[in-house]
Design a protein around this ligand. Structure first.
Ligand code: ADP
Ligand code: MG
Length: 244
């Protein structure tokens, strides 16, 4: 039940020309593992997630989710796949201002046409696992940035997806809260056996990653040794502390 991208290329229209956003990308993310994706701004990280989420159809190549090839699926079929199989966490938690934390999650079950009774208990279980059970009745405006991101993550998991796609979830948070969010994502990946792709700009976030990939000009390479990548990150951190 992996997430598998094979030879995926994507271009966007740019006036008369086209800009190459993904260049023959290959990526396989087994269940229960986190692949961290690094890369400079504009290198194609968000495009990679959009293609994996089936929000954008690539020019060529295949995206296979839970053993199903998404090429040639109808719009309705893709929408159902996204609803049932894919959890997406964007940079900014786009919660509905008028809904409480528990309602943000319930809505997902409602959209999927599932009975509400079970949804309440599922939602509470999830809020508990992200440390937000005691905030279930709060609306977004009365939550901190970190708490909102926790609700956002819980919501992405509400329909028990097999794939979890996370785009720079900590950019609005300080280092400590950011690390806590990344640790949460890693733990939930193991517990719920999701194939998780975590886009991050922060090497400190590689600590829990099973694999580390880098994107440059739309080309993705898996770093041969995730442990070495993490070591490099520790080294960098130490030297930064020394400079200070
Ligand atoms: P990243 O997330 O790594 O910053 P993106 O995937 O957002 O990179 O962008 C990759 C490239 O594609 C960039 O050159 C960007 O300008 C371009 N791009 C992204 N989205 C669009 C779009 N909707 N239309 C045209 N070009 C786009
Ligand atoms: Mg981006």
């Amino acid at each position: 039940m992996s997430l598998t991208l094979t030879d995926v290329s994507l271009t966007y229209a740019d006036g008369e020309d086209r800009v190459l956003a993904l260049d023959r990308v290959n990526l396989d993310v087994p269940p229960g593992t986190v692949t961290a994706v690094l890369g400079p701004s504009g290198s194609g990280k968000s495009s990679l997630l959009a293609v994996a989420a089936t929000l954008i159809t690539p020019d060529s190549g295949t995206v296979v989710i839970a053993d199903a090839d998404t090429a040639g699926m109808s719009r309705d079929h893709l929408a159902e796949l996204r609803r049932r199989r894919i959890g997406i966490v964007f940079q900014q938690p786009n919660l509905v201002p008028s809904l409480t934390a528990v309602e943000q999650l319930q809505v997902m079950a409602w959209i999927d046409g599932r009975p509400l009774g079970r949804a309440v208990s599922d939602a509470m279980t999830l809020l508990d696992s992200v440390g937000m059970a005691d905030q279930a009745d709060r609306r977004p405006h009365s939550l901190s940035g970190g708490q909102r991101q926790r609700v956002n993550i819980a919501r992405a998991l509400m329909n028990e997806p097999t794939v979890l796609l996370v785009d720079e979830p900590t950019s609005a948070l300080d280092q400590e809260r950011g690390m806590a969010i990344v640790e949460l994502i890693t733990r939930l990946t193991r517990e719920r056996a999701t194939s998780t792709v975590l886009v991050t700009h922060d090497r400190a976030h590689l600590a829990g990653a099973d694999r580390v990939a880098e994107v440059h000009d739309g080309r993705l390479s898996i770093l041969p040794d995730a442990a070495a990548a993490r070591g490099a990150s520790l080294g960098q951190k130490t030297s930064r502390i020394r400079e200070v």
